[in-house]
Design a protein around this ligand. Structure first.
Ligand SMILES: [Zn+2]
Length: 282
């Protein structure tokens, strides 16, 4: 690493550390937004309550059908909240990359953001559009991941699993003749047990958005020739293996911005990328 690269990447690392903290906050916010839908389940239970605070067995199927509306609400809330976290992450990613250039090399890389996307391998479907945080978040939401799913599939999965759990708990409670306050309590437990899924999804998508924004800046900046992948704080096996790969004969862990697989290596990944500078600014 040259002196310039050391300075630049030192600052990028520091800024990335701050971002990781911020992304934890974002994932908590998404989980909290999903958790708010619990009140609707409580209302539903109260609606169905008899005078003795139980729910008639004959109404179990209607109540379970009514959970569909709550599942839809979870989806809507989660998708909106995730989109916000991704957009915020792109904004921070861009800001961090531009700050690093500016503070350590005195270079302005703003041109990356002011030009419309042209022939980008990082953002292939955004050609002709502005590389704005919302467009980038939108692109990521519609892109098929390595698991063959798009973001809304993952959200539907999460909402569907949560509804199934709630259905099990309520069906059991009603058949047993539990009080509605017991069922409200059990629903709270379901929400607590499921919350990690929303947090994980948010953390994964937000960090991917951050890395993609940095990657796009690298692709379009005339100061960057390649990226060095730094594994995340958990040093997960997949991350470490990827960072040991010498894909282009440029050295272990050196990738091109178009290698978009390095932006989403595994769930909860906190890897980031450093910049290898071009000759003129090395
Ligand atoms: Zn990782």
């Amino acid at each position: 690493m040259t002196e310039n690269e050391r300075k630049l990447n030192g600052l990028l690392e520091q800024l990335h550390d701050d971002y990781v903290d911020a992304s934890v906050g974002m994932s908590e916010r998404v989980a909290r937004d999903v958790a708010k839908t619990r009140l609707q389940v409580v209302e539903l239970i109260e609606e169905y309550a008899n005078k003795d605070d139980t729910i008639s067995r004959s109404r179990v199927n209607t109540l379970l059908r009514d959970l569909e509306a709550i599942e839809r609400e979870i989806r809507t809330v989660a998708e909106t909240s995730l989109a916000g976290a991704m957009k915020d992450s792109v904004e921070i990613g861009y800001a961090n990359a531009l700050t690093a250039f500016h503070k350590t090399l005195g270079l302005s890389a703003d041109f990356v953001l002011t030009a419309r996307v042209a022939e980008s391998l990082v953002l292939p479907t955004l050609t002709g559009k502005a590389p704005s945080p919302s467009n980038l978040a939108e692109y990521l939401a519609h892109r098929t991941g390595p698991d063959g799913l798009i973001l809304s599939d993952r959200v539907w999965q999460l909402a569907g699993e949560q509804r199934a759990e709630m259905g099990n708990v309520l069906r059991r409670g009603i058949i047993r003749g539990d009080s509605t306050s017991k069922m409200v309590c059990d629903i709270r437990t379901v929400y607590e047990n499921e919350a990690w899924k929303a947090r994980r999804l948010a953390l994964t998508e937000a960090n991917t958005a951050y890395r993609t924004a940095i990657g796009y800046t690298a692709e379009k900046s005339k100061f960057v020739s390649a990226l060095r992948l730094v594994p995340g704080v958990h040093h997960s096996e997949k991350c470490v293996a990827k960072a040991g790969e010498d894909r282009h004969g440029l050295g272990a862990g050196i990738f091109l911005p178009s290698d978009s697989d390095i932006y989403s290596i595994h769930p909860n990944c906190t890897a980031y990328t450093q910049f290898i500078l071009t000759e003129e600014v090395r």
